[in-house]
Design a protein around this ligand. Structure first.
Ligand SMILES: *Cc1c(COP(=O)(O)O)cnc(C)c1O
Length: 399
């Protein structure tokens, strides 16, 4: 175990927490241990089920000294007892859903969110006889109304992809607690710099470390933070058995990126509000969605729940397909590419037709409701850390 940094400031935590596991090398930066297996010098069980927390390292799918340091750092930032790192955000998500839900259980999930999660909930879970209800979680009453005796889990994403809806974590955590359902928050867009869901009453927090936490677009990872008691069964089932273990090299890269997370988030938010205001005043732009704008329908809740409005915004223009084509050829700074949370600005058109059909299964009134906000498609814009003047000049070129 490394030094306890839980009472230090968040910038100090981002740099030092979790690091400094004594390996004998006295290195200042964390040691990178790529070994998949470890020499064993006492009799221990051959099953990950029987390993206690002070067991020696045996096999990297069970535990690894570099990954342990990343997990400690993440747990400190999320103010969690424990954390498990995974190979990707989706490995964490799959591990959590399959680790906790069984045949006959009921899951309530937000109606629009990260497409991978949305598709897993709609297409994969029903194959295991897990019932799924999708609701608009921007109103906690909708969650209350969807509860059943079998409801085992409530899954939130806030701010959500791509509409940037905010879920009131404290209010929904209260509903979950009263009912005995686990409340899970995918906090990838917020990061622990903006929101600490566990402090607001949530049970578990999921991150795609591929995004803001790693922050540089060069390593995939995922994590689950929460109480040790809740994570212990996931360590064996979700990690050791499903096997979505993170490469120690990626854990090391993500830890390196995390050191600057508080400073990056401050600049992401500053750039995003500058760009959001520029877009709001642009004659070709029909609407801009950013939780930091007063025009966001849930701006007040966002201000209450978030210490930082993050760098994610969405906007709408006419003839979005033509604009997307111009972006692909004419951008000088912004990359027309999926993903988000990197120092490089990333832009992508999320076409309503595609999302409605493949990810969200929207039709009728649900489709109309989505269309009323997103039109034919939304540009999802992960505002990077370049000079805001250069970002706006790029937008000027294509709009
Ligand atoms: C990217 C993302 C995921 C999935 O993470 P991967 O690391 O790409 O597997 C899950 N949730 C949200 C909100 C994301 O943005």
């Amino acid at each position: 175990m490394s030094t306890d940094f839980s009472n230090k400031g968040i910038r100090t935590q981002a740099i030092h927490a979790g690091e400094g596991h004594e390996t004998g090398s006295h290195s200042s930066a964390p040691d990178l241990v790529m070994s998949s297996t470890f020499r064993v010098n006492r009799e221990i069980s051959f099953s990950a089920n029987n390993l206690d927390s002070d067991a020696p390292y045996v096999y990297t799918r069970w535990a690894n000294p570099t990954t342990d340091q990343l997990e400690d750092k993440l747990a400190t930032l999320e103010q969690a007892e424990d954390c498990i790192a995974f190979a990707s955000g989706m490995a964490a998500t799959t591990g959590l859903l399959l680790g906790y839900l069984s045949r006959g259980d009921h899951l309530i999930i937000c109606e629009t969110n990260y497409p991978g999660t949305a598709e897993l909930a709609r297409h994969t879970l029903p194959r295991f006889d897990i019932d799924v209800t999708v609701v608009d979680t921007s109103d906690p009453a909708n969650v209350g109304n969807a509860l059943r005796d079998e409801t085992r889990m409530i899954w939130l994403e806030t701010p959500s992809n791509p509409l940037l809806n905010i879920a009131d974590i404290a209010a929904i955590a209260e509903i979950g607690r009263e009912h005995g359902a686990l409340v899970v928050v995918d906090s990838t867009f917020a990061t622990p710099i903006a929101t600490r869901p566990l402090k607001l009453g949530a049970d578990l927090v999921v991150h795609s470390l591929t995004k803001y936490i790693g922050g540089h677009g060069d390593a995939m990872g995922g994590s689950i933070c929460g109480a040790t008691e809740l994570l212990a069964p996931l360590r064996t089932e979700a990690l050791s058995h499903l096997g979505g273990v993170i490469s120690p090299f990626n854990a090391w890269l993500i830890m390196r990126g995390m050191a600057t997370l508080p400073i990056r988030m401050r600049e992401h938010a500053a750039n995003a509000i500058a760009v959001a205001k520029y877009l709001e005043n642009h004659p070709r732009v029909e609407s801009v969605i950013y939780p930091g704008l007063e025009s966001h329908p849930q701006h007040e809740l966002a201000a209450k729940q978030m210490d930082n409005f993050s760098g994610m915004l969405s906007f709408r223009v006419a003839n979005s397909k033509d604009v997307a084509r111009r972006m692909m050829s004419d951008f000088e700074v912004i990359h027309y590419a999926v993903s988000l949370g990197h120092h490089r600005s990333l832009m992508y058109l999320l076409r309503t037709e595609d999302l409605a059909e493949t990810s969200y299964g929207l039709e009728g009134a649900g489709l109309e409701k989505y269309r009323s906000v997103a039109g034919d498609g939304l540009f999802r814009f992960s505002v990077g850390l370049e000079d805001p003047e250069d970002i706006c000049a790029d937008l000027d070129r294509v709009l």
